[in-house]
Design a protein around this ligand. Structure first.
Ligand code: SF4
Ligand code: SF4
Length: 234
């Protein structure tokens, strides 16, 4: 399970400042396990965004947003409502938000923050990864994660060391994450997002919260991970 927390409503509204219409997607996996997502979250966001003057073009719940086949199938049935929106608000871990951003021709904006719980990346077989930083900034990075795509996990890139061919100075076999973000923002006509100063990462959020450590679910997952590691070692 990925641990998720609600973003404050005013932050969600701020990140949708220039979107007149919004489609909302909720995940019923980890966010429901953490008691922060699912239909109650969709209802809360629908009320808050409507009160803020946004038009809600539709919403849907997806059982596991990290299940690629399911996401493609479910979203294709809502294509018309999604394309009628300026942005898609996603209530899932960072993997799910990136997955939606890569699948629909609309800006994907996170409604939750993903905090640390080991390195679980859900069931997603794609390349999208979440570093569980506790302050999801995908709303301002074109839906691409700077924590996992940039070798230095810079949140206000880029570092100045990008090679001429667009690769990263730290690992030339990989493209510069911030070059990818720049290209995506250009595609979305949102290069102004590059000017926004993002708050420095709060490293305390990289620790697994005590409230999570004390749950039975966490104990079971640690057992499962240790059993899988032992099996792999033999
Ligand atoms: S910015 Fe990246 S690491 Fe942080 S929560 Fe979002 S997807 Fe995860
Ligand atoms: S070259 Fe790009 S990916 Fe590499 S550390 Fe600098 S900003 Fe990050």
């Amino acid at each position: 399970m990925n641990a998720t927390e609600k973003k404050p409503v005013e932050k969600v509204i701020e990140s949708l400042a220039d979107a007149g219409s919004v489609f909302i997607i909720g995940c019923t996996g980890c966010p429901v396990g953490c008691d922060v997502g699912g239909q109650p979250w969709i209802d809360e966001m629908t009320g808050a965004l409507t009160a803020a003057g946004k038009k809600i073009t539709g919403s849907c719940l997806i059982e596991l947003l990290c299940n690629k086949a399911l996401v493609g199938f479910k979203l294709s049935r809502k294509a018309e409502q999604i394309l009628a929106a300026d942005a898609v608000l996603v209530g899932s871990c960072g993997v799910g938000v990136q997955a939606v951003g890569n699948m629909v021709a609309r800006r994907a904006v996170p409604g939750l923050d993903t905090t640390c719980l080991g390195d679980y990346q859900g069931l997603w077989p794609g390349s999208e990864r979440c570093g569980q930083c506790g302050n999801c900034v995908l709303a301002y990075t074109g839906g691409l994660c700077p924590i996992t795509l940039c070798a230095k996990s810079l949140v206000n890139g880029q570092c100045g060391g990008t090679c001429d061919d667009g690769s990263c100075e730290v690992s030339p076999e990989h493209p510069c994450g911030w070059k990818l973000i720049y290209d995506r923002l250009k595609e979305l006509n949102r290069l102004d997002d590059m000017r926004r100063m993002i708050d420095p990462r709060d490293s305390r959020k990289l620790a697994i919260p005590d409230a999570i450590r004390r749950t039975m679910r966490y104990a079971l997952e640690v057992d499962e991970q240790e059993a899988a590691a032992t099996k792999e070692a033999h």
